[in-house]
Ligand binder design. Structure first.
Ligand code: NI
Length: 223
């Protein structure tokens, strides 16, 4: 990356940090903003360590305040390939197993990339902090290989399965300018309030697929 580009992005970061409120929270950019459709620049160390640490604090605080389980740079207006993830998992241990949704400890992805490891896809409801008020079913690969770096620059190369794989894909997609709606069964699109009321918590996509008329991929297990 050119020094000019790196300097411009660093200025963007510093201006964002100045705008954080007393809880370190910044506004989440909503769909329709071009930054959500841009391919993010790779991050290659052009922030000072303390600046990166503060940026990650702000991204995590913003994610938790929403609340959400992942947040990507473009969602705070930064076209930079950094994302934060953290999921408390399903509160119901049985559901956690069936949905493959264990606790995902806080982690940071830098310049992430994924490829599916097999053909199995799982359809389930997904939402996005940049598309407030809606959910839709997205069929995604169940097992992926994740590569990239963490916030210290350490190389990542690991297999991710189940719900954490869904989160990794969703956030990595953000860094390519892709929203979950681009991959969703649009006939499943539901107001978030209505999703729980109609299809339960967690929502059961099987019945929704039948009544709304959309295909449902993969392991469609009832919780
Ligand atoms: Ni999102």
């Amino acid at each position: 990356m050119s020094d000019g580009r790196a300097g411009l992005l660093r200025d963007l970061v510093l201006r964002l940090l100045d705008r954080a409120d007393e809880h370190d929270v910044v506004p989440v950019v909503q769909a329709g903003s071009p930054v959500l459709r841009a391919v993010a620049d790779p991050y290659d160390g052009w922030l000072h360590d303390d600046e990166l640490a503060r940026l990650l604090d702000v991204m995590r605080a913003t994610m938790h305040a929403a609340p959400g389980v992942g947040l990507a740079g473009p969602q705070v207006g930064l076209p930079v390939a950094i994302a934060v993830l953290a999921d408390p998992g399903s509160p119901d241990p049985e559901v956690a197993v069936v949905r493959e949704r264990p606790v995902l400890p806080p982690r940071t992805l830098v310049n992430p990339h994924y490829v599916p490891l097999d053909e199995t896809r799982v359809g389930f409801y997904e939402g996005c902090l940049s598309v407030v008020g809606y959910q839709a079913v997205v069929a995604r690969p169940r097992r992926i290989r994740l590569t990239g770096q963490d916030e210290t620059g350490r190389a990542l190369d690991e297999e991710v399965v189940g719900w954490p794989a869904r989160i990794v894909q969703h956030e990595t997609d953000h860094l390519r300018g892709t929203l979950y709606l681009d991959r969703a069964e649009l006939r499943s699109l539901s107001a978030t309030d209505a999703t729980g009321a109609r299809w339960g918590t967690p929502p059961r996509p099987t019945e929704a697929a039948r009544l709304l008329g959309f295909p449902l991929a993969g392991l469609d297990v009832e919780a």
